[in-house]
Design a protein. Structure first.
Length: 334
């Protein structure tokens, strides 16, 4: 009888296992993962939603919010820092769980960001950091990016190129982290290349029209100018237009940085830019999404967790560019 019962138990266990295998079993951690996001809210304050990087990030973040069931809102200051500060002030009262900030400069939002953390809100910073280190910064290593721009320009205008070696620098807004850190990288790297002669350093304030006007003046003042080192392709497209209008396309080089959107590759293929340091915008968007999931699951006290995630940088040149080097904004929005 004991042997019979033992065999019967084995048979019953086998039948149970077969039934479980046929029906499948639930992931024991899935429910708690999904429950961590229910009813949560994430807010984004960009510089402006009118630029490709902000639109790309917004699409990636909205997609995750829809998939996981939390809400995602945007407060667009449209390049107005005062409006952005007011939006951040209002959000502190509304108490979202996470606020993502694209800082206009290191100082303007830092005190308000600390107030938000004191209120229990996580602060993530994208592309440009503030003076306050928060739960997460995702963006380029601007110092390294500046150095890469100089390395690219040296190949076009440095020793042995048969050019004048004269270059001009087009910064963005002088108070922005992207300008402050980038010019540090540029300055340090220029020491390595004495054949490069900087004839001017001017701010174009992230404005293509201003970059166009500045470039026109510099081209008139320096007819043998070899190249421009620019700090953002959305701005430096104005300088490219000035070079073309002066009949110097292909003779005056432009090295700049860009988000990797398809227009960037088109401008390289068209000969408007010689070299672009491409920032991994889609990868940066995914990193922010990962930090959101991490924070909402682990729930550290706001202000106690700090991290920086620098995105990969890659030089795309007129000699190497191919369509796969860039992404389509339309695809991100699908």
């Amino acid at each position: 009888m004991k042997k019979f019962l033992a065999k019967l138990g084995v048979v019953l266990l086998s039948v149970t296992a077969m039934g479980a295998s046929a029906a499948g079993i639930d992931d024991p951690f899935r429910a708690q993962y999904l429950n961590a996001f229910k009813g949560k809210k994430v807010a984004f304050i960009p510089l402006s939603m009118g630029i490709d990087v902000a639109e790309g990030w917004g699409a990636l973040w909205k997609r995750q919010a829809d998939e996981l069931g939390y809400s995602f809102i945007v407060r667009d200051p449209n390049w107005n820092t005062s409006v952005g500060a007011q939006a951040l002030t209002d959000l502190i009262t509304e108490r979202p769980d996470v606020i993502i900030i694209q800082n206009p400069d290191p100082q303007s939002y830092s005190r308000l960001a600390k107030r938000a953390q004191d209120a229990g809100i996580y602060i993530l910073q994208i592309q440009q950091s503030s003076a306050l280190q928060t739960e997460g910064f995702v963006g380029p290593d601007w110092v390294a990016l500046g150095a890469k721009l100089v390395d690219s320009m040296n190949k076009r205008c440095g020793a042995g190129t048969g050019t004048s070696g004269k270059v001009a620098i087009l910064q963005g807004q002088l108070t922005a982290a992207a300008s402050l850190y980038q010019i540090k990288g540029v300055t340090d790297e220029l020491v390595k290349y004495p054949a490069l002669k900087v004839v001017a350093t001017q701010a174009a304030d992230w404005d293509a029209s201003k970059a166009n006007a500045v470039a026109k003046t510099l081209l008139q003042q320096n007819p043998d100018l070899c190249g421009f080192i620019g700090f953002w392709d959305g701005q430096d497209i104005g300088a490219a237009a000035a070079v073309q209008e002066a009949g110097k396309k292909g003779k005056v080089f432009i090295a700049t940085s860009g988000s990797g959107v398809d227009a960037m590759c088109k401008n390289i293929i068209d000969g408007k830019f010689s070299d672009v340091v491409s920032m991994d915008i889609t990868g940066g968007g995914r990193d922010i999404n990962t930090l959101i999931r991490f924070l909402l699951q682990t729930k550290p006290k706001a202000g106690t967790f700090k991290s920086s995630l620098y995105v990969p940088l890659r030089v795309v040149s007129s000699e190497t560019v191919k369509p796969s080097d860039c992404y389509s904004l339309a695809d991100l929005k699908r």
